[in-house]
Ligand binder design. Structure first.
Ligand code: ATP
Ligand code: MG
Length: 562
């Protein structure tokens, strides 16, 4: 194992899963836990998967065990190498390592087949010729028992012969299935003779054309767990009703170990849809820039947006693990993002919607360098020099010709501070032919260099700025929730709740020269504007920045109010 175990967490802080694991380790039932993260490679991972990854890898790490990454690749028609690669990259980026424990459900196809034959021989599985529709019809409902298939009582010999011929490719897709023979009257629909194998003449990314029958999730999953020696098989609540079936297979097969399935509540987030199927649809219909669009709740989207992996781990930790379904606030995720970025992001100057300022008393052609803190939260981050000259860009929003009472920023005749540089006073407003403010003519006070006045006067506002001659042009992309409603789709139509204004492209921003040519993935704070991350679309000619999150923390306010 690569890393030494972390000290086991204190008992009273344990969630119900860690309590079970701690107990099993203390009583010696297991020397250490073995968990698994079992994604189906049919899409990119989302933040819900991040919760499951943090839980599975976290539990194993804390109690000195390990975690398997297992691709649940039982449906070759939907699974792709691109997804496999993205899943591995995302788990690693989150900070977890499966070491040599990389597996596929398809690694066990031979064993699973052998065990299926064994169930047939024990009279516990049969080949059914009913169609998929008939099977559904015969299954019954929550209130009505199911009906037995007319093929249910085939002899062992006939079942074995048919199952072998299914495997040999003698029958077309959908004509027969292998079913477990359990109880068509069971109160639990999952026990009404669930399908174990279906015929699917499809090539598989791992096994090629070796198989034309593929096991169902329910049959493959528990046996894969047992083969791998998984001690605690952690899954989301919708599998609670599948647990008796999970146990049934383990009981009736000579499996090498007895994993225990434990269910926990899946992550739900306001303004967010966590379903690979729906996210795939957004991608296919071109409603987003791809799986990694910065608005997507995918791990790759969050990464491209600028969310640091620590923030996702912190989020997983603060929301905890519970047995009851709930919805978490998106703002709580943003709170963790700000917490990490505040500590780690260098501060930089950028102006999104520029307004020209000319300092009429500043010598023409003069350039000086002002020193700014890279991060006031982290003195070790040091300082940097930013060029200052006669013509500057400030934010259009930071000026009002006719300011209302509570507007303290720049206005005619008013003095403000330019961050780290000088105090300036607006003397004249120049307008264009259309009557729009085109330029401000201001004076600066040379005695205020560095941003403080010898006479102790202090303007109410400090503005960010860049030198017009030195700044570099950039495109900045601002984001809002992908959905307009906290509970998208509650009205029955998810697409109707898509936010048409979820992305705003600001084409003509100016950034301080130190930001020219910073590589994609670089995270910074633009002072007063938020946290930003260099997008993968960035080029030397046109840097592109995504706003990860604004500075304003609505969540902290909500919490303060209690
Ligand atoms: P989706 O419904 O989005 O397609 P899934 O459950 O089908 O997700 P899998 O690839 O089967 O996706 O999931 C891998 C693991 O991640 C499973 O153990 C599953 O329980 C867990 N998981 C999926 N969604 C969530 C979620 N929202 N919160 C926590 N865990 C999740
Ligand atoms: Mg699934």
């Amino acid at each position: 194992m690569s890393k030494p175990p972390e000290p086991a967490p204190a008992e009273e802080t344990l969630d119900f899963i860690r309590e079970i694991v701690a107990d099993d380790v203390r009583t010696g039932k297991h020397a250490a836990p073995v968990t698994r993260f079992p994604p189906e490679p049919n899409g990119y991972l989302h933040v819900g998967h991040a919760k499951s990854i943090c839980l599975n890898f976290g539990v194993a790490r804390e109690f000195g065990g390990h975690t398997n990454l297992r691709f649940d690749d039982t449906n070759p028609t939907k699974e792709e190498q691109e997804y496999i690669d993205s899943i591995k990259a995302d788990v690693k980026w989150l900070g977890f390592d499966w070491g040599e424990h990389l597996y596929h459900a398809s690694d066990y196809f031979d064993q699973l087949y052998e065990w299926a034959e064994l169930l047939v021989q024990k009279g516990l599985a049969y080949v059914d010729d009913l169609t998929a529709d008939q099977i559904r019809e015969y299954r019954g409902t929550l209130t009505e028992p199911g009906k037995e298939s007319p093929f249910r009582n085939r002899s062992v010999e006939e079942n074995l012969d048919l199952f072998r011929r299914m495997r040999a490719g003698e029958f077309p897709d959908g004509t027969r299935v292998l079913r477990a023979k359990i109880d068509m009257a069971s109160g639990n629909i999952n026990l009404r003779d669930p399908v174990m194998y279906r015929i699917l003449h499809a090539s598989h990314p791992m096994t090629g054309d070796k198989w034309c029958i593929y096991p169902s999730y329910d049959y493959a999953h528990g046996q894969s767990d047992a083969i791998e020696g998984i001690t605690h098989s952690l899954c989301t609540l919708e599998f609670e009703d599948h647990r008796p079936l999970y146990e049934w297979f383990l009981e009736n097969l000579p499996v090498p170990s007895r994993p225990r399935q434990i269910e926990f509540a899946r992550l739900n987030l306001t303004y967010t849809v966590l379903s690979k199927r729906f996210l795939l649809r957004l991608v296919n219909e071109g409603r987003v820039r791809g799986w990694d669009d910065p608005r997507m709740p995918t791990i790759s989207g969050l990464r491209r947006r600028g969310v640091p992996p620590e923030a996702l781990r912190q989020f997983a930790e603060t929301i905890g693990v519970a047995k009851r379904a709930s919805v978490n606030e998106y703002a709580a995720l943003e709170h963790e993002v700000r917490d990490v970025l505040n500590r780690t992001s260098p501060r930089r100057l950028a102006v999104l919607r520029p307004l020209r300022v000319v300092l009429t008393n500043y010598p023409e052609g003069q350039v000086e360098e002002v020193e700014l803190d890279n991060n006031p939260e982290d003195k070790a981050a040091g300082k940097r020099k930013v060029p200052f000259a006669r013509e500057l860009w400030i934010e259009r929003d930071d000026f009002m010709e006719d300011p209302p009472k509570k507007f303290f920023r720049l206005a005619p005749g008013r003095e403000v501070r330019l961050r780290g540089a000088y105090f300036i006073t607006c003397q004249e407003v120049v307008k264009d032919a259309a009557g729009q403010v085109a330029e401000l003519r201001c004076t600066y006070d040379p005695a205020t260099r560095g941003g403080s006045a010898p006479d102790g006067r202090s303007p109410k506002a400090t503005l960010h700025w860049v030198s017009a001659r030195h700044a570099k042009p950039a495109e900045v992309r601002l984001y809002d929730h992908l959905f307009t409603k906290p509970d998208p789709g509650a009205g029955g139509d998810l697409l109707a709740d898509l936010n048409p204004n979820s992305e705003e492209v600001v084409p003509g921003a100016w950034i301080e020269p130190s930001l020219a040519e910073v590589p994609a993935g670089t995270r910074v704070q633009f002072e007063r504007l938020g946290y930003f991350c260099v997008d993968t679309d960035t080029t030397a000619a046109k840097p592109v920045f995504n706003r990860t999150v604004t500075l304003r923390d609505a969540w902290a306010k909500v919490q303060a109010k209690g």
